[in-house]
Design a protein around this ligand. Sequence first.
Ligand SMILES: C[S@@+](CC[C@H](N)C(=O)[O-])C[C@H]1O[C@@H](n2cnc3c(N)ncnc32)[C@H](O)[C@@H]1O
Ligand code: SF4
Length: 375
Amino acid sequence: MPGIYIHIPFCSQACHYCDFHFSTSLKIKNRVISCINKEIKLKKTYLKDPLIESVYFGGGTPSLLSSKLINKILSSIRSSYKLAQNVEITIEANPEDISKNKIDNWTQMGINRLSLGVQSFRDSDLKYMNRSHNCNQIISALDLLISSKIDNISIDLIYGFPQLTDSFWVDNLNKAIKFNVQHISCYCLTVEKQTPLYHFIKNGTAKPLNPQQGASQFLNSKEILKNNGYIHYEISNFSKPGFESVHNRNYWNRSHYIGIGPSAHSYNGTSRQWNLSNNTKYCESIENNRSYYNVEILSKKNIINEYILTNIRTSNGIDLKSLSSYMNNDEYKRFKNKMSELMQSDFLTIHKDKLLLSEKGMLFADSISEDLFII
Ligand SMILES: C[S@@+](CC[C@H](N)C(=O)[O-])C[C@H]1O[C@@H](n2cnc3c(N)ncnc32)[C@H](O)[C@@H]1O
Ligand code: SF4
């Protein structure tokens, strides 16, 4: 089920924790979008006859583009690729960009899913994160969205930072649930190197994070969202039945995808490639028909380890039968030994030939995957 990911590398303000690729200077915005439209054509033959099931505008902040520019990109996609009849088209949006006019334009051009970057319903948390919106703007945006034609709305929330007590976190979850949105993503704050938050913690102007707090708030999310009809289909993602994100599912299923725009990644089953993470260099290369990406040919080991890393995070888990068919006897024997050790320590369980993380295991997904990797 192939998908297209479009990276819009602009934000109005830099959040203190974010290390995604974006620029707060919009000077070359139109130039980048022209190059994105050119790249859409250039990648036409990257996958063989793909029927596109998901188009995802991510970033950065796609919602800060005018509807005209978003429409231009969608028109380029439609003229170069065949879209499935029920294609999921998502746009990531920040609350301050939402207006009735924009929502109407987006629905008219076929956008049928919206992911809103709420992060917290408390103004002091939004200040700590250096978000560009306040709580009133979140409420206005959600009021407009839930009365609009878009019936697949997702909210992003962040937990695990010092001033967010468990009771504040539960309050945030309950506020999100009250809007009866179809999908909620809960991310545990990670301190990424090179971000302002990393430096604030290093120089003592911000408190370090407490992993115990992250673990406890993860368990809060699991329990509260489950009790309110949300399925926990991946470590950070919850949805009402039937509203799992096609874009996310494709990524974990290792479906092939075409990534367009600065820093975007593409995957075709045998190789992975990633575009230059610099807006000007990306444009210069695209405009002058020079190479604008790096490529890595994936070895069998890369493919198996990526399968383990992505699938262990999902509620479908790792299919042991199909995994064993990719490994040689020694590899599978080592994998089974590691698996038994981790099961004995209550990090993993097996259900119908599927290997799953236990509740305890979900708190250590990355290190458990590493233990299971073939070497
Ligand atoms: C990169 S943003 C793009 C969408 C949009 N600009 C927004 O902020 O919502 C996607 C999601 O990643 C989350 N995110 C980025 N860096 C993170 C970090 N270090 N820890 C946890 N979540 C993070 C953001 O908060 C957001 O919900
Ligand atoms: S979290 Fe979103 S809005 Fe904030 S800097 Fe990152 S991409 Fe931009």
